[in-house]
Ligand binder design. Structure first.
Ligand SMILES: Cc1cc2nc3c(=O)[nH]c(=O)nc-3n(C[C@H](O)[C@H](O)[C@H](O)COP(=O)(O)OP(=O)(O)OC[C@H]3O[C@@H](n4cnc5c(N)ncnc54)[C@H](O)[C@@H]3O)c2cc1C
Length: 459
């Protein structure tokens, strides 16, 4: 299935596979927006950077399968963050995202973004109450936002919360522009170079053809932490998968929309080669839990065609993102015992602006500069203890599925990460692991980590 609008007619540059040994200041593993933007900022500061990507091209992972909203309006988040963090920290989350977006837009290529307003909207009374709570948090924190019932949507809303002057991007164009800037600043970049081994004490990584990169600092931007560091962080993340569709439309919207009701829907438009497209998505589930994903595409398609009076969508794609228990990503040194190892993950489907924050935090940590949000995003923050119950449910899920995998799904191949039984995903024709989100194509090749080795399929 997987036919992302963001891969249509884009010129994705090709690079060589790493085939020799290299030394560098910073080795970055993973060429999505996080890895690319971090590489760009570090290379601009004069660091010798090597960026390694497993796939044949950059930015075609989750980044190239997102919705492309670049906004600090991360769903209903500020009222929820106030449960876990001080008002000052919650404002820092907003400010870090807002500032990172504005800094990046100053150098982004003009054809990769538009300024639009972001809206949360509700169609029910409970949804209206959720918006009122979120607006209350905005007001408490001095985050700009207004309540309205005026939208461009073809149905009535009970309430909407508008954040003005945010942005939406063409994510692959946006990311590849920063890749070019990283290369202009002498970053060395390689595709088809999957890291299969990390030697933290001896400070080198090996790729799948045994090429070696020796580093002073290592940054893992692999979306989900790769296998080599299993145990350090895997139990703190759960993963959601969602579906997106795009059809040609007649006009572009001035806003981008997200509903606040339990099964939320996302809406935006984009101009691709001068043709306006309508993008519609939602229907999340825990990654790897659903086998009949085709029905998710079908019901979303029906809803989109009927509600918005659009033709059948030729573009259908899906993607997944890890969540942290307290809703803030893990960006920074992964643990005090491994001071040269950094990570950026747990974006909760708001990883485009948070990738930019990651680039800023990681590059300042590595060059010994300060960033106001470092403590908030730190993977070693102790909030996990405070949110023990919430955390337990995440761990419980992972543990339960490990056990269930071994006991009940004997026919499916075992994930090469930690041995859970995978599940066949009929919509995308992939083997998906319900434990930590690894995905494999029908022949068993890795599409998405943490696994780094292919499945052993019975002939
Ligand atoms: C359906 C959906 C919609 C979304 N929409 C939005 C949105 O509108 N706005 C927003 O802010 N966020 C959105 N997000 C979230 C956002 O897309 C992601 O959080 C973000 O793109 C993650 O970027 P990344 O660089 O960390 O990961 P990726 O883009 O996945 O890049 C990671 C890269 O690492 C590579 N890699 C993995 N393992 C290895 C290895 N061993 N060696 C070498 N390379 C490796 C992968 O091949 C991949 O290219 C959405 C997420 C989903 C699931």
């Amino acid at each position: 299935m997987q036919n992302s609008l963001w891969l249509k007619d884009v010129e994705i540059p090709t690079f060589s596979t790493l085939s020799n040994s290299l030394d560098c200041d910073v080795c970055i593993v993973g060429g999505g927006l996080s890895g690319i933007y971090t590489a760009y900022l570090l290379a601009k500061k004069g660091m010798k950077v090597v960026l390694l990507e497993a796939k044949p091209a950059f930015a075609i992972g989750t980044t190239g399968h997102s919705t492309g909203k670049l906004t600090p309006q991360h769903g209903v988040v500020y009222s929820k963050l106030l449960k876990y963090f001080s008002a000052e920290d919650v404002f820092t989350y907003y400010e870090a995202n807002r500032n990172a977006i504005e800094s990046a837009l100053q150098v982004a290529s003009e054809d990769s973004f538009e300024r639009v307003d972001s809206y949360l909207y509700a169609t029910t009374i409970p949804g209206k109450q959720t918006i009122e709570k979120e607006l209350y948090a905005y007001n408490e924190l001095n985050i700009p936002g207004v309540e309205t019932t005026e939208t461009e949507l073809p149905f009535d809303v009970t309430s909407a919360l508008k954040m003005e002057d945010t942005a939406q991007i063409h994510p692959t164009k946006f990311a590849t522009h920063f890749l070019k800037l990283a290369i202009d600043n002498e970053a060395a970049v390689y595709t088809n170079s999957r890291v299969t081994k990390v030697e933290i004490d001896e400070k080198f990584v090996l790729t799948d053809n045994d090429s070696k990169v020796t580093f002073k600092k290592l940054v893992l931007c692999t979306h989900y932490p790769i296998e080599s560091i299993k145990g350090l962080i895997t139990t703190k993340l759960s993963i959601d998968r969602s579906y997106l569709l795009a059809s040609e439309t007649t006009e572009l919207l001035k806003g981008q929309y997200l509903s606040v009701e339990e099964s939320s829907r996302t809406i935006r438009t984009a101009s691709i080669g001068g043709t306006p497209y309508f993008i519609y998505g939602g229907k999340s589930h825990i990654a790897g839990e659903v086998e009949d994903t085709q029905s998710y595409y079908e019901s979303l398609k029906e809803e989109m065609v009927e509600t918005f009076n659009l033709p059948e969508p030729p573009f259908l794609w899906s993607a997944q993102d890890p969540n942290t228990p307290d809703l803030v990503p893990y960006i920074g040194q992964i643990s005090e015992d491994t001071p040269d190892l950094y990570i950026a993950t747990g974006y909760r489907k708001w990883g485009l602006s948070n990738s930019l924050v990651a680039g800023e935090i990681l590059s300042s940590l590595i060059t010994h500069e300060s960033h106001k949000a470092t403590h908030l995003y730190s993977p070693t923050r102790d909030q996990f203890g405070k949110n023990f119950l919430r955390g337990l449910s995440t761990i419980g899920f992972v543990t339960a599925n490990l056990a269930e995998g071994y006991l009940t799904r004997m026919e499916a191949p075992k994930c090469t990460h930690l041995g859970c039984k995978t599940r066949w995903n009929d919509g995308d024709e992939t083997w998906d692991c319900p434990c930590h989100g690894s995905r494999f194509d029908k022949d068993g090749n890795v599409i998405e980590g943490p696994a780094v080795y292919p499945l052993k399929l019975k002939k």
